[in-house]
Design a protein around this ligand. Structure first.
Ligand SMILES: NC(=O)c1ccc[n+]([C@@H]2O[C@H](COP(=O)([O-])OP(=O)(O)OC[C@H]3O[C@@H](n4cnc5c(N)ncnc54)[C@H](O)[C@@H]3O)[C@@H](O)[C@H]2O)c1
Length: 256
């Protein structure tokens, strides 16, 4: 029970990594606030964790939703110990295919929403003089060539930069801010991107999988639990003296 009685907001907790983080955090004793745009998957996650927390339907592209998320969490629990800024979107696009609408869509959630959620949550954490913020970035933000598209990589580079600046500016309030940079991780998002790549490349699924796994030194893509493990560590007291870091969980795809 590494997170006993902690209150944790997890954005995008309906599916994928956010779902794995919600299940793990609940097992570790946390009250989990499932902040998710999709009602069906949000309810499934919330039921799976036995209702230990709160469900708040939230669109991370809307600052008014983010404000309401924090207000409802404070009304229910009176504090916020952990924020996992996990919700993110992308699709497979070549350099010349990225449109203004694609750019605005990805930045509104991955970078703008992530910042305003950090800012709003940190207002409460600053009063408590404690808190842990964990941003889900990507190795795409460190220049990984296999990124889904250039604008997405830019959003994740922004997350890494903002993680460092927030870590500096919030340290005086005893708030730790770190990021996780996942490599290929078997989630709904990953499946969608794979389908788009297969349709464009004409490769068989088996061949695409073989090439992807051959490119990873440890030979496999992440499971969502690989990310939940790191998130749990960074959210726990064991990580009390770690801040400003963007830690790769990727089987060795990228060194830095
Ligand atoms: N899967 C990968 O290979 C991979 C690699 C690196 C980084 N990431 C990052 O990990 C994070 C989680 O991705 P995933 O693979 O679990 O994706 P996913 O699509 O499987 O799950 C994302 C969840 O976020 C929710 N969501 C989407 N838009 C939202 C919004 N506007 N407001 C609230 N919730 C919203 C979705 O409904 C979904 O439940 C993202 O930030 C993604 O960029 C994923």
């Amino acid at each position: 029970m590494r997170l006993e009685n902690k209150v944790a907001i997890i954005t995008g907790a309906g599916r994928g990594m956010g779902h794995a983080e919600a299940v793990r955090f609940a097992k570790e004793g946390a009250q989990v606030v499932v902040a998710e745009i999709d009602e069906t998957s949000a309810k499934q996650t919330f039921e799976e964790i036995g209702g230990h927390g709160l469900l708040v339907l939230t669109d991370m592209a809307r600052v008014s939703d983010i404000n309401a998320l924090v207000e409802r969490t404070m009304a229910a629990f009176g504090r916020i110990d952990i924020l996992i800024n996990n919700a993110g979107v992308t699709r497979s696009l070549g350099f010349f295919e990225v449109t203004e609408a694609d750019w605005d869509w990805m930045y509104s959630i991955n970078a703008r929403g992530l910042f305003f959620c950090m800012q709003r949550v940190a207002r409460e954490m600053a009063k408590q003089k404690s808190g842990k913020i964990i941003n889900i970035a990507s190795i795409a933000g460190k220049g990984f060539r296999g990124t889904s598209n250039i604008a997405y990589a830019g959003t994740k580079g922004a997350v890494i930069a903002m993680t460092r600046i927030a870590a500096h500016q919030l340290a005086r309030y005893n708030i730790n801010v770190n990021a996780i940079c996942p490599g290929a991780t078997r989630t709904h998002l990953y499946e969608t991107i794979q389908q788009e790549i297969l349709a464009k490349s004409g490769l068989s699924r088996e061949e695409a999988e073989r090439r992807m796994e051959a490119s990873i030194p440890l030979g496999r893509a992440n499971s969502p639990d690989d990310i939940a493990n790191m998130a749990c560590f960074l959210a726990s007291d064991e990580a009390n003296n770690i801040t400003g870091q963007s830690i790769n969980v990727d089987g060795g795809l990228v060194w830095d």
